[in-house]
Design a protein around this ligand. Structure first.
Ligand SMILES: [Zn+2]
Length: 299
């Protein structure tokens, strides 16, 4: 019995050892053959084609240096380089579906100075969940959540224009997706810096905002012309925008007054052409309060 157990063990030992050696020999003989796992990764021809396409097939590649899918705004071109009526952009293309109005709502705030800031788009009134369509055929460059724009989609079109759709509650498209005029790219919402549901719609050319009413009639929901003439006039608002920004800066600088030695509320009010009563209310001060040196007084 013991003998048979020993012979079984001996057999198993010899078989394993032999197999191992056999394995080594085979490996040694075959070592010139490439081992499948170590073959360097080679792209299939169609994969290479796809990769090349993504680099060179974005819309208006002759105008833009690249296809930036991270930064919402493209680098702005120098307006100073524009002469009057030198650049004509076709808005209507026989081969495309031309224009589709993004959402048929009232414009509640247009392009232009707004309080201390400049508003670079048109706000179209809508309800959360209303379908928002893309204005022209194009390719999605940005589809993300931004602090100010909220959920935003930016589409680049073959004529070099880019259209922005901001404050969406839902985004229905992906970066790189080809879209067609009228296609629903998202749902209206109230995300980002927004007070009440609306669509913030912007039109830009090489990063520079354009008044959407230069190309679209928001009452008739159609293009105002088949072409857009880009000239210095198109961007004349820039001076206004700079003024608004300057005022904003000046106001922000003068928002607070630091109390100096011997200053009274009356003296501070006189300095900023306001009344002691207004300053008292803004700073919750009583007439009996004595100002401290270095105290911050809201203006
Ligand atoms: Zn807006």
């Amino acid at each position: 019995m013991k003998k048979s157990i020993v012979s079984v063990f001996l057999f198993l030992f010899c078989y394993t050892a032999f197999s191992g050696v056999k394995g080594l020999v085979v490996f040694g003989l075959d070592k010139e053959k490439p081992v499948k796992d170590t073959v360097p990764f080679v792209m299939e021809e169609d994969e290479m084609q796809e990769d090349t396409d993504s680099l060179f097939s974005f819309p208006a590649s002759d105008l833009y240096c690249g296809w930036d899918t991270i930064h919402t705004h493209s680098t702005k071109f120098d307006i100073g380089s524009l002469q009057d009526n030198v650049k004509e952009i076709a808005l209507y293309d026989k081969n495309s579906c031309t224009y589709a109005h993004p959402f048929s709502g009232n414009v509640t705030s247009g392009f232009g100075p707004r309080k201390r800031r400049f508003h670079y788009g048109a706000d179209i009134d809508l309800e959360v969940g209303d379908a928002v369509g893309v204005a022209f055929d194009g390719k999605v460059r940005i589809a993300k959540r931004s602090k100010t724009y909220g959920n935003v989609v930016v589409v680049r079109h073959s004529n070099g224009l880019e259209t922005y759709y901001a404050h969406l509650s839902k985004i229905n498209v992906e970066i790189g997706e080809e879209v067609f005029a009228g296609q629903i790219i998202g749902l209206g919402g109230n995300t980002g810096h927004s007070r009440g549901s609306h669509l913030h719609f912007e039109v830009r050319y090489l990063g520079q905002p354009i008044n959407p009413t230069d190309i679209i009639s928001f009452t008739e929901h159609k293009l105002v012309s088949d072409t857009l003439c880009l000239s210095k006039k198109t961007f004349s608002y820039v001076c206004e925008a700079k003024k608004a920004a300057g005022k904003n800066y000046a106001n922000s600088k003068a928002k607070v007054h630091i109390v100096k030695k011997g200053e009274t509320l009356y003296a501070i009010a006189r300095k900023y052409k306001t009344s002691p009563k207004e300053l008292s209310q803004k700073n919750r001060l009583k007439s009996t309060n004595i100002l401290r040196l270095g105290q911050r007084i809201k203006l």
